[in-house]
Structures are given as C-alpha cells and as structure tokens.
Write a protein that binds this ligand. Structure first.
Ligand SMILES: NC(=O)c1ccc[n+]([C@@H]2O[C@H](COP(=O)([O-])OP(=O)(O)OC[C@H]3O[C@@H](n4cnc5c(N)ncnc54)[C@H](O)[C@@H]3O)[C@@H](O)[C@H]2O)c1
Length: 310
C-alpha cells in the first residue's frame, strides 16, 4: 500500500533528474522518472535510490520508459523536450516541444486524472496552455514553472549587489518566461525595504536586464544544454507548497480569466499554491509603464499560443 505522495517526473534529463534528486532529499514523496531513452530513467532512479542510505531518505524511486508506473500520481512534472542550444531562441523550440508535450500529456492525464500538472518545458507559457487544453483538467491543476526561477535569479543578483543574504531578498516578477518578462523593482525588497530606496535606477536596470537574460547567460557559458539546478529547485519549491498545502504565494504561469486585464491565457503572475493547485491569483495595481511592459509580454505569449492554434 502506498502512503507517500506519488510524484512523476517526465523527462529524466538535466532538469528532471535534479527535480527527482531534490524531491527525495526533501522526502516529499515517491518518485517515478520517465524518459524515452532506454535504461536511462531506470539507471538514474537506482543511483538516486542508493543515495538514500547516505542522505537518509526512504522515498521510493522507479524509472520507466512507459507510463503504467505513473498511474495515480498526485503531481506530474513535465520536463520532456529539447533544451535550447546557443543561439536558439525559446520560440525555435515551439513546434518540436509542442509535439512532445502533447504526447506526454495524453499518456499521463488518463492514468492520473486527479494529478496537478507542473510544466517546465519551453517555451513555457505556450506549453502550459497546450497541456491544459490537452488534459481537459481544470486550469487550477495545470501550472507552469518560470517565475520562481526568474525571481530567484533576480534575488541572487540583488543580494550580490548589496552584499546581503539572499534570504533577506524578495523579488517580484510578472509576465511570460522569456526576454519580455517583467521584474517589478518597487515590489522587490531587502528586509522589507524596496530596492528602489537602496539602488540607483541605473543599477536596478542592470540587474533587471541580467535577470531577463538569465537563461541565455547560462546557455552561453555551458555551450551545450541549459540551466538545471535552479530550475529544478524552483519546481520542487512549488511541489512542496502544493503537497504541504502551504498556501504559499509564488510567481507561476497560471490561467488568467480577466485578472490583469487578460482572459483565456496562461501568463506569469503571483498565485497562492496549495493542495488544490492554484487557489488564488494575486492581483496588484500596476503603474502605466509596468502595465505596458506586462501587455507586451502577454502579446509575446499570445503570439506563440496562436501559432499552436490553441
Ligand atoms: N521553465 C523554465 O524556467 C525552464 C528552465 C530550464 C529548462 N527548461 C526547459 O525544460 C526542458 C528540459 O530541459 P533539460 O535541461 O532537462 O533538457 P535535457 O535534454 O537534459 O532533458 C530532456 C529530456 O527529455 C527527454 N524526452 C524527449 N522527448 C521525450 C518524450 N517524448 N517523452 C519522455 N521524455 C522525453 C529526453 O530524452 C531528455 O532526457 C527544456 O525544454 C528546457 O528548455 C525550462
């Protein structure tokens, strides 16, 4: 009999394997890793299971190339797809990854009809919209990971700039995951003090630009593949908020039904995450400049969604 939550991770590559690792290290549940590469999810699962005695976790790990082992999952995380290569935009990935994500959703949704889906595959916002459509799940149970990562990047740069603990820094980001994302400095704080009181507009602009290009900076350094430690940690923060019903407010790609002036589209906004998934969209009033930047980001997301005819 299974009493621990069941968490499926589809795509056992860099992000997926790290998600599995952090999930069992926190003992959030048992993990099923699925990938198309034969033997790979099985091998990584066994390796991670053998880390249990050393790190002190009892979570079960299973690897598979098929989906039967995923049945009855509480959460399904989808990282399957291609990662960006240098010079490749997230948009280049659109059609290839849509095909992969669509097929994965078909497999998982029928076997885990009560699951919460967390999408990671890029281009993120369009993939979440696709997964929501394909699964037929209520939109509260289909969520995209991007904002937690983008705000972690912004927090890192702010902490370094001011030489303070990352734990003192909160950051606020809105919009789609991509170059048009919208960090909000006046809601980004150090020990409660807005960074607009601590840094010059020029310095803030520098940090904002670096955050918006945060993914590309790492792609260019790695030469092959893209970031995965912080992306995986971001997913696991969402998993923990859901499974522990923390009602934690985190920036996620969520379905907007009129909020922020947007209807029928997944975009990054602050949401309350709990056992039912997205339990509330947190709305704030934007200045006209912020609203204009948000609208531009929304337009970029809508363009991709339109290309997929969703
Ligand atoms: N949302 C974000 O903030 C964010 C952050 C980092 C990465 N990503 C995206 O996550 C995805 C994965 O990144 P990665 O670094 O782990 O890439 P990766 O190449 O290391 O892993 C992807 C894995 O997916 C597998 N796969 C491909 N097709 C599959 C299918 N049909 N079924 C099951 N598995 C399949 C591949 O075999 C591979 O192991 C990419 O699209 C990347 O752009 C998003």
């Amino acid at each position: 009999m299974q009493s621990r939550p069941k968490i499926t991770v589809v795509g056992a590559g860099n992000v997926g394997a790290s998600v599995a690792q952090y999930t069992v290290e926190k003992e959030l549940g048992d993990v099923v890793l699925v990938d198309v590469i034969e033997g790979m999810p099985q091998g990584k699962s066994l390796d991670l299971a053998q880390t249990g005695p050393i790190h002190g976790y009892d979570s079960q790990l299973t690897g598979s190339n098929t989906y039967d082992a995923t049945a009855g999952s509480d959460i399904v995380i989808i990282t399957a797809g291609l990662a960006r290569k240098p010079g490749m935009t997230r948009d280049d990935l659109l059609f290839k990854n849509a095909e992969i994500v669509g097929a994965v959703v078909d497999q998982v949704a029928s076997r885990s009809p009560q699951a919460i889906l967390i999408l990671v595959t890029n281009p993120l916002d369009a993939m979440v919209q696709l997964a929501w459509k394909k699964s037929g799940f209520p939109h509260q149970r289909v969520i995209g990971m991007a904002g937690v990562l983008d705000s972690a990047r912004f927090r890192t740069f702010i902490a370094r700039e001011l030489d303070v603990s990352v734990e003192n820094v909160s950051a606020f980001v809105l919009g789609g995951h991509g170059d048009s994302m919208v960090p909000l400095p006046r809601y980004s704080t150090v020990a409660g003090i807005p960074i607009t009181d601590l840094l010059s507009p020029d310095r803030i602009e520098g940090l904002v630009t670096r955050t918006a290009n945060g993914g590309a900076e790492i792609v260019n350094l790695l030469k092959s593949g893209s970031a995965y430690y912080a992306p995986a940690a971001s997913v696991v923060e969402m998993v923990e908020a859901i499974l522990k019903d923390k009602k934690k407010i985190l920036p996620c790609a969520a379905y907007l039904d009129g909020q922020y002036g947007v209807r029928g589209l997944y975009v990054g906004v602050p949401v309350k995450l709990g056992r039912r998934g997205v339990e509330q969209i947190v709305e704030i009033t934007l200045t006209s400049d912020e609203q204009a930047a948000f609208d531009k980001s929304v337009a970029a997301v809508r363009e991709l969604v339109d290309k997929l005819k969703l």
